[in-house]
Design a binder for this molecule. Structure first.
Ligand code: FAD
Length: 284
């Protein structure tokens, strides 16, 4: 399939992007790596008379590691995340997750901004960013605003970002403790049947804090506060892990599709979360 005809714009700065978005309204969409949007246009599932390519917009490609926080520009690719040794040291869960996205060809093009802004429940970065309690910086006609990743997703492909706004960066506190990103997929290059992002802080033998988010098990990523809370104050004995899995299962709402029926997805979600908790605990 080839996409319908469109006009191609390549502004040099955010002001240029915002002015094109204002001028063309619903007829315009920004494009970052194009690895979700272009296939949708080819399938004629996205109608984009004005395509605004972000690739020449300056200031969106940096990875900044400060003493307490990490800031990732919207145009940083999944390959960049994997290749950045400083980031792998400061927040190793990002490399672990990025390596499980698609294949190298997609990872060279797919961006962090596109992955989190898309609103596709199958994308891996939204749940990861919820686990890290990241904040998304969004710029629009009224200026910049910050939206927590945990408040950003409203439904499949519906987010807190307005059509005339652009996501410019993702920021989160440097994580500490144990981490894991576990993903079950049918084959290399596939989206998750179920995936879990887990960060755990251990004090002595006890879990001091835990953050858990799940991917592709509802029409949005699911940050399960109750699952994390079930681990806190425990030694992660079997009862605590059972309680965390039960809490997570209470928060997700999978539907049947070509990755399997609901009962199978619930089963896989439980196994993936158990693996992620065990891995994060062993690294904590
Ligand atoms: P684009 O395709 O350019 O844009 C996607 C959407 O986000 C569009 O609606 C666009 O308007 C919007 N957008 C982009 N950037 C911004 C911004 N800065 N501000 C506001 N809106 C913006 N992803 C996974 O997470 N896991 C997978 O397993 C996975 N498998 C894949 C397999 C294949 C074969 C392919 C083609 C893709 C796969 N992806 C997967 C998606 C890929 O990893 C990209 O992250 C994804 O395409 C989005 O990034 P992008 O830069 O290509 O966004």
């Amino acid at each position: 399939m080839i996409p319908a005809a469109f006009e191609y714009h390549r502004p040099k700065d955010i002001a240029g992007v915002l002015s094109l978005l204002k001028e063309h309204g619903e007829d315009a969409r920004v494009m970052a790596g194009g690895h979700s949007l272009i296939p949708m246009m080819k399938l004629r599932m996205a109608h984009v008379p004005h395509l605004i390519d972000l690739q020449d917009v300056g200031g969106l490609s940096g990875i900044e590691i400060g003493p307490d926080t990490i800031r990732i520009g919207a145009l940083v690719t999944q390959y960049d995340l994997i290749a950045h040794d400083g980031l792998a040291q400061a927040a190793p869960i990002l490399r672990e997750a990025a390596l499980q996205i698609a294949d190298p060809q997609v990872r060279y093009m797919g961006t962090v901004g596109g992955n989190v802004a898309n609103g596709d429940p199958g994308n891996d970065m939204p749940g990861l960013m919820q686990c890290l309690d990241a904040v998304f910086t969004i710029e629009g006609p009224e200026g910049a605003r910050d939206v927590p990743a945990r408040d950003f997703y409203e439904a499949a492909y519906v987010t807190a970002r307005e059509d005339d706004e652009v996501l410019t960066a993702v920021t989160f506190r440097k994580p500490f403790g144990g981490y894991a990103y576990e993903k079950q997929k049918r084959k290399i290059g596939d989206y998750a049947t179920a995936a879990a992002a887990v960060q755990i802080v251990k004090q002595g033998d006890t879990c001091a804090s835990a953050a858990i988010a799940m991917t592709n098990l509802s029409d949005t990523p699911i940050f399960s506060h109750a699952a994390g809370a079930a681990l806190v104050g425990t030694t992660l004995d079997d009862a605590a892990i059972d309680a965390a899995v039960a809490a997570m299962l209470g928060d997700i709402n999978p539907t049947e599709d070509n990755r399997g029926p609901v009962a199978f997805k619930i089963h896989v979600a439980g196994i993936i979360l158990r693996r992620a908790i065990a891995s994060a605990w062993s690294r904590a």
